[in-house]
Design a protein around this ligand. Sequence first.
Ligand code: MD3
Ligand code: FE
Length: 221
Amino acid sequence: MHGPTADLFADAALQQPPGREQIGEESYVLRGYALPWIDRLLPELRRVLAQSPFRQMVTPGGFTMSAALSSCGALGWTTDSAGYRYTPLDPRSQQPWPTMPDALHEFATRAATEAGFPDFSPDACLINRYVPGAKMSLHQDKNERSYTAPVVSVSLGLPAIFLFGGHERSDKTQKISLFHGDVVVWGGVDRLRFHGVMPIKEGVHPIMGPQRINLTFRTAG
Ligand code: MD3
Ligand code: FE
């Protein structure tokens, strides 16, 4: 077969479904997927942060993280001199983390379904805040009890350059730009790949102001 028909099929085979970019064997960027949800998500996020405000945490090695963190859901991720772990209590208040708002849970399960993970039910939502200059060094997420569930992340505010590496720290990384409203779903074989965030560039986002907030939904327990 020759001519325009053959080209049409060749192109179709290379294309992702609209708005779904594959970035790994089982990982997808859903561009702008959160935009229709923003007006439902932000008030819930504000409620969560009023109860458990952002705080900068210290790594077991004694370094203060440049990103500030909070959590909602049954389990929240924390770090201090004793190590990285999930806890049922906010160490700052010694009270349970704020419950995960229904809108956040529903959002995360729908996004996961969109990427081929229809059974996702997160029990932890980690909330990272980056001001310009803040970054996250290359790491693996290894504190969850099981790695069969995917991770769903949503980027809000200032853009970021996300670094997606391989299974060894020294593996080459690909750079992926993430913008306000972008959602990424990481599953299966990609779950333990090294990843990080380059220092956030100076700027002011029209809705979120001079910051980037990233939510990651996980099955931790
Ligand atoms: C890829 N956060 O909180 S979210 C983290 O933008 C973290 O705040 C970054 O890495 C951020 O641990 C990236 C995307 C993400 C989260 C978990 C992953 C990517 C992942 C686990 C495995 C592979
Ligand atoms: Fe991570």
